[in-house]
Design a protein around this ligand. Structure first.
Ligand code: THG
Length: 264
């Protein structure tokens, strides 16, 4: 199970402000705490406000001063992704490529040049996926294209693109069914989602995010972009991992409980 810590994202007001003010203490602390809480990658997004290129460079260096985990370089702008990758000390992940023509053409060369892992969004030039079938069709283009370009399945993280349940009551089921179908079709690729989109606009969002994570693990999703400082979601993730056959003799679960990291 792979955890991508989502908190250093400039779409959050506190982060945009901290980047703007060059608040090293706050941002370093957030990086450190996410890793201590169990994040395997730190997502770094500096896209909001101006000077994205400069901000990305500053942020990537800053985060690497305090943590040893690889980064997930998150930007709509390929030029910003490139400067971020250039500074990474460990094999990074790109967030993200998609089957949109321009995005594909601009990001694929970066995946190849920097030998990165990559999140591949199940969307194409027609826009967001509207059904399970849309996701399967686009996923096929993505996996075929990426593997043809020499990218190994282990470096591909398909993202079915979670949409808000508050907009349509079927959006949760659509993702769960997509996840199951994608796993069946591509046993060797990773499946990732940004959980918090599901709860957008609804009350008690953490409750929905947590339960959706557990349901997604049951469908064999194996990576999540989430808030690792939510101890409850991290405990549920560990329990879900054991319950879905990924923790022999429940060794990791038992060790986590003994260490005080996993709590009911
Ligand atoms: N897939 C991929 N990347 C993604 C997403 C995805 N990146 C963005 C997003 N979805 C996941 N990342 C975050 C980061 C922070 C927050 C939510 C998702 C967050 N939001 C606050 C909230 O939800 O209450 C609001 C902002 C604030 O704090 O000001 O913290 O699906 N590939």
């Amino acid at each position: 199970m792979i955890v991508i810590g989502e908190l250093i994202n400039s779409t959050r007001k506190a982060i945009a402000q901290a980047i703007e003010q060059r608040d090293e203490v706050y941002l370093k602390d957030l990086a450190r705490r996410q890793v201590e809480a169990g994040a395997h990658f730190i997502d770094v997004n500096a896209a909001a406000g101006g000077n994205e290129i400069e901000n990305m460079q500053w942020l990537v260096e800053l985060v690497q001063e305090v943590v040893d985990v690889p980064l997930c370089i998150d930007s709509p702008n390929p030029a910003a992704i490139k400067v971020g990758l250039e500074l990474c000390r460990q094999k990074p992940m790109i967030n993200s490529i998609s089957a949109e023509n321009e995005r594909w053409e601009e990001v694929l060369p970066l995946v190849k040049q920097y030998k990165t892992k990559v999140i591949a969004l199940c969307m194409d030039s027609k826009g967001m996926p509207e059904s399970v079938e849309d996701r399967l069709r686009v996923a096929d283009q993505l996996v075929t294209g990426l593997t043809a370009a020499g990218i190994s399945e282990d470096d591909i993280y398909l993202d079915p693109l979670v949409k808000p349940l508050g907009v349509n009551h079927n959006f949760g089921v659509e993702i769960l069914e997509s996840t199951r179908a994608l796993r069946q079709k591509y046993p060797g690729v990773h499946l990732v989602s940004g959980l918090s989109n599901v709860s957008y606009g609804l009350p008690e969002r953490k409750l929905l995010n947590r339960v959706f994570m557990v349901m997604s693990v049951a469908m064999r999703m194996d990576a999540f972009i989430l808030d690792p400082l939510d101890q409850t979601i991290m405990s549920l993730l560990a329990a879900s991992r054991s319950l879905s056959g990924q923790d022999e003799y429940c060794m990791d679960y038992i060790a986590g409980v003994r260490a005080g990291k996993i709590k009911a």
